[in-house]
Design a binder for this molecule. Sequence first.
Ligand code: ZN
Length: 562
Amino acid sequence: MNNLTILLSAAIMTMTVSCGPKEKADLVIINGKVLTIDKENPTAEAMAVRGERIIAVGTTSSISRLILKGKTEVIDAHGRLVLPGFNDAHVHFGPLDPDFIELRYTTDPTVLTEKVKKQVAKTKPGVLIEGGHWEHEMFIGKKWPTKELIDKVSPDNPVILERADGHSVLVNSYVLNKSGITKNTRDPFGGEIQKDSLTGEPTGILKEKAVDLIITENTKPGRTPEEQEAIIWKGYLLALKEAREYGVTSVQIPGKADFGAYEKLQKEGLLTCRVDIGEFLTGDSTELLKFLQEKLKFPPDSNWIRFGYLKVFIDGTIGSGTALMFKPFADNPKSSGLEMMPYETYEKMVIKADKMGFQIGTHAIGDKGNFWVLNAYEKAQQVNGKRDSRHRTEHAQTLQSSDITRFSQLGVIPSMQPTHCITDKRFYEKRVGFERCKEAYAWRSLLNSGATLAFGTDYPVEPLNPMEGLYAAVTRKDRLGEKGEGWFPEQKLTMEEAIKYYTLGSAYAQFMENRKGMIKAGYLADIVITDKDLLTIPETEIMKTKVDYTITGGKVVYASGK
Ligand SMILES: [Zn+2]
């Protein structure tokens, strides 16, 4: 369906209120406080859905006329808040592995020892043990963990534990030995083998491209292919369940994921959120042509499984000290971060893929990294001509002031994750210094300059729960609700703005703002009802807010207490 057909059918549907049974609704929500995110009609009490689309938005009495007894499902919202479904614009969504060692929010590093020991006890020798989401800035002492923490409990198993940002890993000596990484191994381009300052021995921390040095051939999967398949399938179901419970009705996966798995889930009626999947940006024409075929198979005008954008990394992260900065880090004057490739290589790839009509999303966190990305997108416009490309900068965390306005000028989308701000602010100032923090997570500055933000979580780097993101966007305070005005409070957003970027903003980033992200006649019926009124509750209540109903494509896929 094109734009015009959607508009026309929407108009016809609104006109036919109170007609015969075939115009009646399949589902209505009445007595709600509906925040539509539609600026022409910002609030309403009720809405009606037929099939997978919203057919009318209005007052409870007008919508009630569309109820056909025995046919229409009626949800009485009892005054609760009704919103468009959340659309996570940057989420590493995928099957959850039950054997993965979860280390999020760990403050005592010896917990790593304990948890690895437990997992080793139920694992055959030689089988890979994986875990992650640890964050040394949360540890008592704030020191990087070392292999000694896990070596003694894992003599016969390879262990790989990812840092929360996914840009560094802690491995044990087993992995170092099998991979031939010693004190004499040199850092690869774009990577760092952390070494002990006294002995020169690898500490077990591998950053960025040094992770590619790990040889995993010697590690057996430890499961039969059938067992593995069953676990992955279960993992998808678990992930989808989590998304439903949090009111997430759309996910945009950066880079590669398994199209086939989502097709199978959809065929079996188990897919409860819409999925965009991408590929990784490359300069290889054959690969790019293959991606074009994929894009044809999962075209932009489909609504459930779509080909998204081409992902690429230009730098690392602030947490790992690998973001590409103009000037050295305040707490490490020897380093200005790491570039993942030379600028010229990156620019060439961008121009080529842009010419073929792809949308590109580049991970950029440092101020120089972001500068490069904007330069390359600008260059592509000059070479290939300006089009509605909506290239994206994933994270856009640290910007030099002169780059702020370039986002709207170039039509580039800052795809940002509010929770990163409240997680990283604990060490941001220490690492980059006060001055550079002024345009960090610069939501308000970007918004004022006319940019359209897209919000997400970067899950599993941060939790999937959108309430944490909304809380972060409106408070810029830690999760314990510290006193004061928040970190660089001038960059805070209002709740309504935060919700808008988490719904309509994210839809815009995937070229779907004409059918998703608003509660409006003709739009896809992706809707959430929350148990608290996010617009009026004190900030301490935001993260405690739960979703009572999640509706995707007109179907109730989650109802609390059921
Ligand atoms: Zn990410």
